[in-house]
Ligand binder design. Structure first.
Ligand code: 5AD
Ligand code: SF4
Length: 454
């Protein structure tokens, strides 16, 4: 007989579990998407099937984010609506996974006592045990939010939905401690997976029919192992036969090395796109953010990237209204944005996260000022994106066909090497093909074109 605390692939599979269903909902980042695939893998091993019908679900898990206050509010509201479901079906298990579980364990226990399971990002292995325990009635909440220096889930298998892109987590945690950011507290210290295991996971994904992989990590290019760092890993992955595209997110500017740029420029299947979070264009604010680079260093890094890959798309993250940000500081951000001409940006109002250093700064910025700055920035970026896209009209871009366009079933939707969504008229191509497309039009964030091989 198995001990109740044994967890292996086939442990706890039990006839009564056949035809039980789970639903898992992700908030925010791609890392949560990957983690949910790991959790799905475990639940499927236990005999559970995935459903989007909440009335059918026996377990509903929310994989959460704490990066901004709004993300947490959304989850609290969602939990209230799930409470109604549980009133009608008391056996329903409700679980909160991820950063909010880590960050707000006590608040959740106090204000949402009907939540059964609270698991932090390093505790997903416990899920099988918890579900087993739950079969015995009268167990209380099951909470585990211990962070680990070692957990990389290297032996767990993600259950991926079939498609074009497979997410692969290569490292977890963050040691950078930007003063605005909750991630080092919710996700713990940096740790990397062994290169061989990542190569195997990528090869398996190709065998399962994926043609693109996106490497994930809170600081993906801080990846570091005895057998090599991030450029070594990329170089090995790029040699895998059948792997049409490699992307990665999110890197830190500090760790963009010449070795990395050289590897990227050497391999056609490593996409010409770098997500390069700027956060602020003011050296004073960058220092207060603990970002480790100045405005000029960032600008020369952009030049360095373009010297290796002149066509490289560069996207970014920007925070407006960080404590102490004056109008002059904000104008510095705008000047960097205009100089770099980012292809696209994710733009945020600063959100104070309790427990972080910046939340303690006394010179917080008024909501109205943050809102005005955000709107200004969004307008400028929107024009830059359109301008960049218009410059592509007439050029040939290689587009990986991903799906039927939402607008019309007569069109395909895919992404260029530089990560720009492109719509093309359907012809003899199929999903997963990379086709040369002549760009004929640019509208908003999207390109339009035709396959020159037709
Ligand atoms: N407030 C606003 N935006 C934030 N980000 C991280 N923390 C905060 C915060 N407290 C943004 C950063 C980061 C992106 C993932 O989220 O721009 O790069
Ligand atoms: Fe947060 Fe900074 Fe780490 Fe990115 S690098 S996860 S912004 S602390």
């Amino acid at each position: 007989m198995l001990e109740s605390n044994q967890i292996s692939k086939n442990t706890f599979v039990n006839k009564s579990m056949i035809d039980k269903f789970y639903h898992i909902h992700n908030y925010c980042c791609q890392i949560n998407v990957y983690d949910s695939e790991l959790v799905s893998g475990q639940l499927q091993t236990l005999g559970y099937k995935e459903t989007n019908n909440l009335d059918l679900a026996d377990i509903i898990l929310l994989n959460t984010c704490s990066i901004r206050e709004k993300a947490e509010e959304t989850v609290f509201n969602r939990l209230d609506s799930l409470h109604y479901l549980k009133k009608n079906k008391p056996s329903l298990l409700i679980g909160v996974l991820g950063c909010m579980a880590q960050n707000l364990k006590n608040d959740l226990l106090d204000s949402k006592p009907y939540v059964d399971i609270i698991l932090g990002p390093d505790s997903y292995r416990k899920l099988s045990q918890i579900i087993y325990n739950r079969q015995n009635p009268l167990t209380n909440h099951l909470v585990d939010t211990k962070l680990s220096k070692y957990e990389i889930y290297d032996d767990m298998f993600p259950s991926r939905k079939s498609g074009v892109n497979a997410w692969i987590s290569i490292m977890r945690g963050c040691d950078k401690f930007c003063t605005f950011c909750i991630v080092p507290f919710t996700r713990g210290r940096e740790r990397s997976r062994p290169i061989e295991n990542i190569l195997n996971e990528a090869k398996n994904a190709i065998n399962e029919g994926f043609v693109e992989i996106t490497l994930l990590g809170q600081n993906v290019n801080s990846f570091s192992t005895e057998k090599g760092d991030f450029p070594v890993l990329l170089n090995e992955l790029a040699k895998i036969i059948g792997l049409k595209r490699i992307r990665y997110t999110s890197p830190h500017p500090q760790d963009i090395t010449d070795d990395l740029l050289e590897v990227m420029s050497k391999h056609d299947n490593i996409c010409n796109h770098i997500h390069l979070p700027l956060q602020s264009g003011s050296t004073k604010i960058l220092k207060r953010m603990n970002r480790t680079y100045t405005k000029n260093k960032f600008l020369s890094l952009v030049d360095r990237i373009k010297s290796y890959m002149p066509d490289c798309s560069i996207s970014t993250d920007i925070i407006v209204g960080f404590p102490g940000e004056t109008e002059e500081d904000f104008l510095e951000t705008l000047s960097v944005v205009k100089k770099v001409k980012f292809n696209f940006s994710y733009m945020f109002k600063y959100s104070a996260r309790p427990g972080t250093k910046a939340a303690e700064y006394s010179d917080q910025i008024k909501e109205l000022v943050k809102q005005e700055r955000l709107e200004k920035l969004i307008n400028i970026q929107r024009n830059l994106t359109l301008m960049n896209n218009k410059e592509k009209v007439g050029s040939i871009q290689h587009v990986l066909i991903e799906k039927i366009s939402k607008k019309s079933s007569d069109f395909w939707s895919g992404r260029t090497d530089g990560n720009i969504w492109t719509i093309i008229k359907k012809n003899s191509e199929s999903v997963k093909d990379v086709v040369p497309v002549r760009i004929t039009e640019a509208k908003g964030l999207t390109l339009f074109g035709e396959n020159i091989n037709n």
